[in-house]
Every structure is written in structure tokens, then in C-alpha cells.
Design a protein around this ligand. Structure first.
Ligand SMILES: [Zn+2]
Length: 63
């Protein structure tokens, strides 16, 4: 099982299976809608555009 941390409230977020890039998760503590942006370690960030599933996320964004 993989574990990430909510950027909103720092709660543990458990993944039943291996986390995957772009995977959407909801924090069970604060309800934040998040997605996986890194895998080792697992990093989560807020999902700003709920409709982004309509687009392929192949773009890389500069930090
Ligand atoms: Zn949270």
C-alpha cells in the first residue's frame, strides 16, 4: 500500500493499490480533491480543473 500526504491538512492518504501519476483522490479528512503529481515519494496537489479528465496530461509544467 502506498501513502501520500494531503497538502491541505497533512493527513495520511492511503492508496489501496500502487499510486499512479494523475490519479485523483479525495482527502477523507478535509475533503480536498487531489491528484498524484509525484510517485517517489508520493506527492499530491490540488485539482484545480475538475474537467481536466477530458484532456491528456502529457504536458510538463515548469516549477
Ligand atoms: Zn486533507
Amino acid at each position: 500500500m502506498s501513502v501520500g500526504f494531503c497538502p491541505e491538512c497533512d493527513s495520511d492518504i492511503n492508496f489501496m493499490n500502487e499510486a499512479q501519476m494523475g490519479q485523483k483522490v479525495t482527502c477523507s479528512t478535509c475533503g480536498a480533491y487531489l491528484k498524484v503529481i509525484g510517485l517517489s515519494p508520493i506527492e499530491l496537489d490540488w485539482v484545480y480543473d475538475i474537467d481536466e479528465d477530458y484532456y491528456d496530461e502529457d504536458e510538463e509544467f515548469d516549477d
